[in-house]
Design a protein around this ligand. Sequence first.
Ligand SMILES: [Mn+2]
Length: 404
Amino acid sequence: MRIAHTSDWHLGRSFGEVSLRDDQARFCDWFVKLVGEQGCELVVIAGDIYDRAIAPTESIDLFRDTVRRLLATRAKVVAITGNHDAADRVAAYSELLDQSGLLLRGGYDRIGEVIPLPASDGPLDLVLLPFLHPQIAPDGFGTDPAARDTDEHGDSEDVDVDVLLRRRSRRTHASVLTDAVALARPGLTCGRSLAVAHAFVAGGAESASERRLEVGGTGQVGAELFSGFSYTALGHLHRPQDVPVDGGHVRYSGTPLPYSFSEDHPKSVTIVDLATDGTCTVEQVPVPVGRAVHRISGTIDELLEPGRFPEAHNGFVQATVTDRETVREAKARLLDVYPFVVEVRLAPVADGHGPGPAPENIREVPPLQAVSSFWEAAEGSPPTGAVLELLTDVVATSVQAVEQ
Ligand SMILES: [Mn+2]
């Protein structure tokens, strides 16, 4: 059977001040066509359907119309919620939607469920693992049983509030997801299985635009959690990539469009051919719509020179302006050449005469030298000529005023 795997649509997102509505709609058009042309039986959207918990109505409309058109190609659609989605809103009607061919899951309600999916070439066991927030897990979920026994001192009938709170605070993304997978495993019967999850699996490469699950790596889960599933369709990381694991194929499809300047890699969706014995082949299909991201750097004259950065004219641009003098209206001027310049950074290049080593005691630095160092750090070169005269004057006057 053939599966189209995608994730992190982030419908409703903007790039800087530029709305991505039209690009996202164009992606959806292209994707529906691809699914039809490729004869995909199943479409997988692995979380972060929307960018925000309260999605704009135009994004909700776009998702509904896209799903309707996907179902019209006779594919089934499975989607889970990610950390950006409000699980209880997005998955509110999941029971009713099952009848339509859209299997949508969010939150803890249906964890442990294995959905038997009859494909044209045989059965498939489907396990949907939406993003699970550890702190809202049901009691007893995601808690190490050994720790639970110590907490309770053998008395499981009467657990006090402190114990419950302690237990709750000990939960992690790994612990709740481990429990979720463990609940589902006994239901796997047919030898071909697909897991869909939204998580930061250890070994994956991050971009700048994923909202961190936790600080300091505790949000990560081990890839071995998914070993034994024929294919694991992941969402969360925005770069398309395989995650190495023994016994199975674990993969991030990445986003359909770049959502930060760190995402200068080509965007794609993944087409998976999953054989009845569970072996799979994977093809990355480039997404032909949307704007690429470009980081360009130079003096304002270099940046404005026609044909200097031709590939950047149509893309989202982060421009670093390296002039040592102040550049006025940099963004407005750059907009003439790069209509989608989103970010302008002023980073004057120093001329090699650095401010010298930091003094041991800042109070020993003569005031004029301190001001000159600051000027050089801000402007890229030490003050000279009229500027130096003016600064000398101002410093002398100020010193006099302080001493009086
Ligand atoms: Mn995301």
